[in-house]
Design a protein around this ligand. Structure first.
Ligand code: ING
Length: 300
């Protein structure tokens, strides 16, 4: 048994005008509640420090800068790291990163119980569009506001296991899980901000929850790993974003799931050794995969 008690910390809306420090206090409150429920690790969503700003077109790039972190931790996020260290709990945090050379990434970090950053990921699959498209009820300008991640999909030794990270749209691509699975991932952490309405394909809207669960259940089962998906949910600045935060086992079964679209902790104790039941049989990659037949997947 290698139990890891994880808390998926689903967030309700974050308003445009909410201060960083107010949001950090909200996150610290959830961290204290997660600790009280025995969690070793709390997982916050994608872009958990601000409203989901890619829903707007900003003419003036300078207006964008307010949403990005230049340092992590910085003065306003330091209280989260201090709380983690004081409580002895690790965390995953999604945020908008502005690097010293001026590059913008949609980023997530993994922080251990001592408050040290032990892993970092920058979102690779950027959905949406790059130019202002006024026909849309709301924009989805991630291709404009972020560069594609340059760190690859990586797995980190932490919390007694192999922990991988991905962000939002990444969860819809089977390659994401396989690249992490080939590195022995035992738990994949994925924050998301998912509008229920997808302007280019409104006929998909009714299937938002089905697709959300489908992709993470498939990714977990096919790669013998736990998957933790965590939403920023609710009607945020007029856009309805789905909840459905969940913890999926390597069996492909949903262990626990959110039932609101507000701040909600979804907690489960995951035995990381359960991965072996699949990794040593049906998904013993070294015995059963046929990479010689997969060349098309690598194709550009
Ligand atoms: N959001 C969405 C996601 O992949 C999206 C984009 C919405 C894709 C609806 C398909 C349908 O969940 C982010 N932030 O990637």
């Amino acid at each position: 048994m290698r139990p890891l008690t994880v808390a998926a910390a689903q967030l309700g809306p974050i308003a445009l005008e909410t201060s960083r420090s107010a949001t950090v206090s909200r996150l610290v409150g959830l961290m204290e509640a997660a600790k009280a429920r025995g969690a070793d690790l709390i997982v916050y969503p994608e872009l958990a420090l601000t409203t989901f700003f890619p829903r707007w077109y900003f003419e003036d790039e300078a207006e964008l800068d307010r949403f990005y972190e230049r340092e992590m931790p910085g003065p306003e996020t330091r209280p989260l790291f201090d709380a983690a260290r004081d409580l002895g709990i690790g965390f995953h945090l999604g945020y908008a990163e502005l690097t010293a050379d001026g590059t913008r990434f949609n980023t997530a970090i993994l922080v251990d119980r001592s408050g040290s950053i032990v892993g970092k990921y920058r979102k690779i699959h950027l959905p949406g569009h790059g130019e202002h498209e006024p026909w849309r009820a709301f924009q989805h300008l991630e291709k404009r506001y972020f560069a594609a991640g340059n760190l690859g999909f990586r797995v980190f030794d932490a919390f007694g296991g192999r922990i991988g990270m991905a962000i939002c749209n990444d969860r819809r691509w089977s390659e994401t899980y396989r690249v992490l699975g080939l590195q022995g991932a035992e738990m994949v952490l994925i924050g998301y901000n998912t509008p229920i309405h997808n302007p280019p394909a409104p006929e998909h809207d009714r299937l938002s929850w089905h697709h959300n669960e489908l992709v993470m259940q498939a990714g977990a089962y096919q790669n013998a790993t736990f998957v933790v998906g965590v939403a920023k949910a609710g009607v945020e600045e007029g856009v309805h974003q789905m909840g459905g935060s969940l913890i999926v086992a390597p069996t492909g079964e949903t262990v626990a799931q959110a039932v609101t679209e507000a701040d909600e902790l979804v907690v489960a104790t995951c035995d990381l050794d359960l991965c072996r039941s699949y990794r040593d049989s049906v998904f013993a990659f070294e015995r059963h995969r046929e990479p010689g037949a997969y060349a098309l997947i690598i194709g550009t």
